[in-house]
Design a protein around this ligand. Structure first.
Ligand SMILES: CCCCC/C=C\C/C=C\C/C=C\C/C=C\C/C=C\CCC(=O)SCCNC(=O)CCNC(=O)[C@H](O)C(C)(C)COP(=O)(O)OP(=O)(O)OC[C@H]1O[C@@H](n2cnc3c(N)ncnc32)[C@H](O)[C@@H]1OP(=O)(O)O
Ligand SMILES: Cc1cc2nc3c(=O)[nH]c(=O)nc-3n(C[C@H](O)[C@H](O)[C@H](O)COP(=O)(O)OP(=O)(O)OC[C@H]3O[C@@H](n4cnc5c(N)ncnc54)[C@H](O)[C@@H]3O)c2cc1C
Length: 670
């Protein structure tokens, strides 16, 4: 749709006058510097001027087929733009550039069918291929001569990768692998782009050679003819059907009937099958084939931050424009943003978007540093990265989904409109809580690491920095509550340590009573999930505080003040959310809790004048927000009416169903 130009709503204009800080300074902090901001804006200008974002009818009014076809059209032209103008004008060649990710949302209100090509296919080629394989597939994939996806999940198994049923059996006579789908439940299910779009696919299958199964490995498989796009003989492929979201993309199913691929199509960077069928196992670590999942989990923390920033921008701007009820009899209706309960719903969203964005950046740097260690042959830092990326992916996507839904509640009935964009943002983020490792499963992975860390610390060994609080706790360090940043972080670490200690004790007690380790672990999993969540909270709190302190060192005082107000709000909010835990594991008193409650309520008042400016500082263009409620000019009612008038349902004054059904019903002739 072409956005109509309106004058700024007077309430929003007044809000912006109240701002106490330089918005541009905060924008630069989150972009990573002035130059990055200007580069991002340049990219956005190119894409927005390309005309690619235009839809003749609103996306939500199209049929599923039309939405898919429209998204394919845009993905193709966007890919061309990335290869040509964006590279030439900005000098950017890197698909992972956050600016490209952000502006992609101006094209796709829902999702691009090419997401998995960039999100998993290309990263898997980079992470799992030998240098020879890389030379064959990477240039083609980057140049979009081949389009791919990542087919791991099956109808019967998603979480339990070792339980996957698809087989890849090596035939030494022909030097080929035979891919086969032995059962109904072995069909690949869910892979993005697989239904209709892609011609290649990374397939995860159980490797058999010389009669022995060596577990799951990755294979490059061409599934469709490059010219006709018809499925190749031996391939059964299609779309799995309508979903809660992801409606403009095509999630697919895939079955193999003894389908043959050359030996060289096994991705052999870590494990190999030689010509005679001899298996060479990975030299360094058994789970290196899971590396793409770790990469995506890291990027999903960024997704949580970005999507939450969109939702809270929409809800805060709307709340500044919307007037409802009265605070005192006969007074004019206030902006709903003036209600403390509304501030309570929304300001935590702003603070959380900051916390997650800074944690995402920190996690990305940790990921890059672990990759560089691994290139030198050192896999020692991988377990900690796996534990961190697992819990952060779980908690950040889950919190973001809850807070986005809270933003929708904050917009009342209008938030329920698809044109608000809140339902789209929610359904996208709700999926991220499940895919790439379900919430519970990933927290249990982190719990496994925490229990091991506890055992190591007990044995007097040094543990990694993110769990060094365990050693302090084992040395008998008692928590004394202080309502400072450091004090609160320490108390949250004491909560995590206390919960891990209880898990270890429960497991040991259960084993003493005769259970084996697996059963003792299983019966403790409710506590283990809780302990991993507590650990994750302490990591986020600490990272957020450290990063704000580091990044605002040379900022103006006013920016320091407002950024720190948000940090304090975040710490107070979580203290109040977790009073039960803190009373149990730290020395917090009821008086301290009263103080934190008052501090929290005062902070809402302090932040209130800057609320609109703070969401403006996410620098999200209207074309990215796609929201009748959240546009920069605040012309909510004009846009809602505009959307209603453009609704294809209103194209004819009387719908044909009246003549076909209602009239005969009215006349008793049906
Ligand atoms: C053109 C326009 C485009 C516009 C777009 C622009 C840009 C796009 C860019 C980005 C977009 C952003 C994001 C979106 C991208 C893609 C996402 C979309 C869709 C999602 C796709 C998927 O969902 S793919 C399928 C994912 N599946 C899973 O995650 C399954 C989860 N299950 C598991 O991971 C595992 O089964 C398990 C970990 C639960 C258990 O594995 P298992 O093998 O059984 O291992 P265990 O026995 O439990 O553990 C043994 C040992 O290994 C350690 N370990 C486990 N995993 C890892 C790992 N990943 N790394 C390192 N180590 C690992 C584990 O801790 C144990 O260690 P110890 O023995 O030492 O304890
Ligand atoms: C929108 C979307 C896109 C996707 N895209 C892709 C893709 O491109 N490629 C791909 O391969 N896959 C894809 N997936 C699949 C996704 O990765 C899986 O759905 C996800 O990993 C969860 O696995 P599952 O569906 O088997 O859930 P299940 O494992 O069946 O989980 C169901 C419930 O059981 C619980 N549970 C399972 N095991 C345990 C356990 N050991 N202990 C305790 N609780 C347990 C879970 O916590 C959960 O509550 C996609 C999924 C979605 C929704």
């Amino acid at each position: 749709m072409v956005l109509k130009k309106y004058n700024i709503n007077p309430d929003l204009a007044l809000e912006r006058q109240k701002c106490t800080f330089d918005i541009e300074e905060i924008i630069n902090i989150f972009d990573g510097g002035k130059e990055k901001t200007s580069q991002r804006r340049k990219i956005e200008d190119v894409v927005l001027k390309s005309g690619l974002c235009h839809d003749d009818v609103p996306e939500e009014c199209m049929s599923l087929k039309e939405r898919y076809e429209n998204a394919v059209r845009k993905s193709c032209f966007f890919s061309k733009l990335m290869k040509t103008e964006l590279q030439e004008i900005t000098g950017i060649e890197d698909f992972e550039t956050p600016a490209i990710r952000r502006i992609a949302d101006a094209l796709f209100k829902d999702i691009s069918p090419f997401l998995l090509h960039l999100g998993m296919f290309v990263p898997t080629i980079i992470g799992q291929c030998t240098s020879e394989q890389l030379m064959i597939w990477l240039p083609k994939a980057l140049d979009l001569q081949i389009i791919g996806g990542y087919a791991q999940t099956e109808l019967g198994h998603g979480t339990f990768i070792r339980g996957l049923e698809t087989t890849a059996t090596y035939d030494a006579d022909t030097e080929e692998f035979v891919l086969h789908t032995p059962t109904l439940t072995a069909h690949k299910w869910w892979a993005g782009g697989l239904g209709k779009t892609i011609n290649h696919c990374i397939v995860v299958a159980q490797l058999y050679t010389k009669g022995v199964c060596y577990g799951t490995h990755l294979f490059m498989v061409q599934i469709r003819d490059l010219d006709t796009h018809m499925p190749l003989p031996g391939i059964k492929v299609g779309e799995i059907g309508p979903r809660m979201g992801f409606s403009s993309a095509d999630n697919g199913f895939l079955g193999f009937n003894n389908f043959r691929i050359p030996r060289n199509n096994m991705l052999m960077k870590h494990a190999q099958v030689q010509k005679d069928g001899t298996y060479v196992k990975p030299a360094r670590h058994g789970k290196l084939t899971y590396q793409t999942m770790v990469f995506v989990r890291v990027t999903l923390v960024n997704e949580a931050a970005f999507n939450l920033s969109k939702a809270v921008t929409i809800a805060v701007r709307y709340s500044a424009v919307r007037r409802q009820s009265e605070m005192r009899p006969n007074e004019p209706e206030p902006q709903i943003l003036d209600y403390p309960t509304q501030q309570h719903k929304l300001f935590i969203g702003i603070a959380t978007a900051h916390a997650f964005q800074l944690t995402a950046n920190w996690l990305w740097n940790t990921f890059k540093s672990v990759l560089s260690d691994m290139k030198k042959g050192d896999v020692g830092t991988l377990p900690e990265l796996h534990a961190l990326s697992s819990c952060l992916k779980a908690v950040c996507t889950s919190d973001a989904a809850l807070l986005i839904e809270q933003c929708r509640y904050a917009c009342g009935g209008h938030g329920y409109m698809l044109s608000s964009n809140l339902p789209y943002i929610y359904s996208f983020v709700a999926a991220t809580r499940t895919y790439e490792g379900d919430y519970t499963i990933l927290l249990l992975q982190t719990a496994r690491f925490l229990v091991k860390a506890w055992e190591q610390a007990e044995a007097g060994k040094t543990v990694t920095p993110t769990v060094s609080y365990i050693s302090r706790s084992l040395k008998g360090e008692k928590n004394s509550w202080r309502s400072t940043d450091e004090g609160i972080i320490k108390s949250f670490q004491a909560v995590a340590a206390g919960k891990i200690a209880l898990c270890v004790k429960s497991i040991r007690d259960r084993m003493k009573s005769g259970l084996d380790y697996e059963d003792a672990w299983l019966l403790t999993t409710v506590q283990l999930v809780d302990a991993a969540e507590a650990h994750c909270r302490s990591v986020i709190l600490e990272t957020y505080c450290n990063e704000v302190r580091r990044l605002t060192k040379s900022s103006s005082d006013n920016v320091k003040i407002v950024m720190h107000q948000l940090v304090t709000l975040y710490l107070s909010y979580w203290t109040l959310q977790r009073t039960g835990d803190l009373l149990r594991y730290s020395s917090i008193s009821e008086k301290d809790i009263d103080f934190m409650q008052r501090q929290y309520e005062e902070l809402l008042q302090h932040i209130r004048p800057n609320a609109v400016a703070l969401v403006d500082a996410f620098d999200l263009r209207d074309e990215i927000l796609h929201s009748s409620l959240g546009a920069y000019d605040g012309r909510v009612y004009e846009r809602l009416m505009e959307q209603a008038e453009n609704n294809p349902m209103n194209a004819e004054p009387v719908n044909q169903s009246f003549h076909k059904y209602i009239k005969p019903l009215l006349q008793g002739k049906l």
